[in-house]
Design a protein around this ligand. Structure first.
Ligand SMILES: NC(=O)C1=CN([C@@H]2O[C@H](COP(=O)(O)OP(=O)(O)OC[C@H]3O[C@@H](n4cnc5c(N)ncnc54)[C@H](O)[C@@H]3O)[C@@H](O)[C@H]2O)[C@H](O)CC1
Ligand SMILES: [K+]
Length: 517
């Protein structure tokens, strides 16, 4: 599913009007009709249904006037409150405003003029938010803020036209305050602002309506892939009846240090649970016995650690030998941040040629010298930072990362020619070519230690099975969250752990593949 920025949508509207000679009035009529049809379907056409439409000064308000007219034509009791002066309304919006029956419209452009609206809202069956759409630019103030707070305080059902007012259509940021909608009807494409937090929390049920933008424009519109069960389910390969373990890759994981054997085990076991043919786990020799117990299907290799419990450059020769014959490598989970471990990791990143996943302390080692990535040999390198690790890689604050998640991920991925998975609510995946995808699975139950180690195991397993880095990123990120959603569906979101998710991985793959049969 493609999602677009607010700007792209405004460009599409303009192209439809200018290049394809579709009147803007027609697009607005179609948009308004889609919303009215949904309201009538939800609330019926029985006369007496009361709708309060709150309209802004632009075309989002214009949609609101179309909705008001169509509802009143089916017997609804409709009132319209316009937070602007009449002379501020122009174009298609004005044309639709002038079609409204006399007495339906109330102009209340200033703060303190909303008492009629306040009384009306409490009689309403539904509120239609047609205040701002893709044209909102900065924080709401004055009467707009007052109206948003009235809507949210009303606890009435709210249908947001295009975008909940106060949500930025591209960043999903709340601009001062924003409407909490039960349903949002958007047009042509879902917008990033509907998917990214906190916008996603204001959107409610999202309905994408066709308003007649030509397919030829829609097909070439720039956008981002939203990962969904349909798209991912079709990417998972069924197994041949004659399959054997050699068909599913041998991945090598370099991980673990004293006190962090769990990270190594979780990573190795989730690689097994994702379907690897063989998994080898290279760990400090003094921890090998522990890992032999924590893993069964994965093989372990004891690497020289001079009894310290963490890997240093003395383990390099053995690791170099281990690289031979491996289909994919993962470096990082629980490795430690000591300087001699950091230099080992940096050397490995420079010499590994197989597809490579760098996570956790692998990322911390890169933060010491990110130019190492410029000397990498592998053509398929996946980095999996959470916002904290990303901020250290970039040398900026976490708020700077979170403010522009997509741009940050895309820029780093293309600057260093890597695949970047920026984890968090709505994980972002960026490819070296600048393409980006947004994940739709996962839940707050994943906010606990070990979940990242599971993702690393999934990714290195998929790379080892021969999936391209781009496919491995999208499949891996989605099934990671999807498995966690399955666990949360059984157990709730409090107290679920990485082991639960790891054990659910086969079930997640099975359900995704069967839903795509
Ligand atoms: N043909 C089309 O373009 C169609 C558009 N549709 C609907 O139109 C809106 C986009 O309309 P637009 O006029 O560009 O902007 P808005 O109505 O979202 O905003 C109104 C207006 O408000 C001003 N403004 C922006 N930010 C603020 C602020 N913080 N405080 C006060 N005022 C602000 C600014 O001047 C804006 O122009 C789109 O969402 C659709 O709903 C049709 O649906 C399809 C055809
Ligand atoms: K709106």
């Amino acid at each position: 599913m493609k999602i677009v920025t607010a700007q792209t949508m405004q460009n599409l509207d303009r192209q439809a009007i200018v290049e394809h000679k579709i009147p803007g009035l027609q697009l607005m009529e179609n948009a308004g009709r889609c919303c009215a049809d949904i309201l009538i379907a939800n609330y019926g056409t029985t006369a007496g249904n009361k709708a309060v439409v709150i309209a802004g000064k632009g075309n989002n308000g214009g949609d609101g006037y179309v909705i008001a007219r169509l509802l009143s034509e089916t017997g609804w009791n409709v009132s319209v409150y316009i937070l602007a002066e009449r002379e501020q309304i122009s174009g298609d919006a004005a044309a639709n405003l002038d079609k409204l029956p006399a007495g339906m419209s109330n102009f209340c452009p200033c703060e303190g003029q909303l008492s009629a609206l306040k009384n009306d809202i409490f009689q309403a069956d539904v509120i239609v938010d047609a205040l701002f759409g893709t044209g909102v630019r900065n924080d709401l103030t004055g009467v707009y803020l007052e109206a948003v707070r009235l809507i949210n305080a009303s606890s009435k059902p709210v249908l947001a036209v295009d975008i909940p007012s106060g949500i930025h259509g591209t960043t999903g940021r709340v601009l001062g305050d924003a409407v909490h909608a039960d349903t949002t009807v958007t047009f042509a494409f879902a917008k990033l602002g509907h998917m990214l937090y906190p916008g996603a929390e204001h959107t409610g049920k999202l309905i994408v309506a066709d308003i007649g933008i030509p397919a030829s424009l829609m097909d070439v519109a720039p956008g981002y892939e939203l990962l969904t069960s349909d798209s991912i389910g079709s990417m998972l390969r069924p197994r041949n009846r004659t399959a054997h373990k050699g068909d599913f890759g041998h991945c090598l994981i370099i991980a673990g240090s004293t006190g962090k054997t769990g990270a190594a085990a979780l990573c190795a076991n989730s690689a097994v649970r994702t379907g690897s043919g063989l998994v080898t786990l290279g760990v400090p020799e003094s921890l090998n016995a522990v890992l032999e117990v924590k893993t069964t299907e994965a093989m372990t290799v004891a690497l020289h650690d001079s009894g310290t419990g963490h890997l240093t450059s003395s383990a390099f020769p053995a690791i170099e030998k281990l690289l031979a014959g491996k289909d994919a490598i993962a470096v990082g989970p629980g490795l430690d941040r000591r300087p001699d471990t950091v230099s080992l990791i940096q050397t490995l990143i420079e010499i590994i040629t197989a597809p490579l996943v760098i996570d956790a302390d692998g990322l911390n080692a890169l933060s010491e010298d990110v130019s190492v990535l410029k000397r990498k040999k592998s053509e398929s390198v996946i980095l999996t930072p959470h916002p904290g690790e990303m901020s250290r890689l970039l040398g900026v604050g976490i708020p700077d990362v979170e403010a522009e998640r997509i741009a940050v991920a895309q820029e780093f991925a293309s600057d260093y020619s890597v695949y970047l998975i920026l984890k968090g609510a709505r994980t972002i995946i960026a490819s070296p070519s600048g393409v980006a995808a947004i994940n739709s699975s996962g839940n707050p139950g994943m906010a606990s230690g070990g979940m990242g180690d599971i993702l690393t195991g999934i990714l290195v397993s998929l790379l080892g099975q021969g999936y391209s880095a781009w496919d491995a990123c999208r499949i891996g990120v989605f099934i990671h969250g999807y498995a966690a959603d399955m666990v949360a569906g059984d157990k709730g979101e409090i107290g679920i752990n990485a082991t639960d998710v790891q054990e659910k991985l086969p079930y997640a793959c099975k359900r995704l593949m069967s839903s795509n049969r």
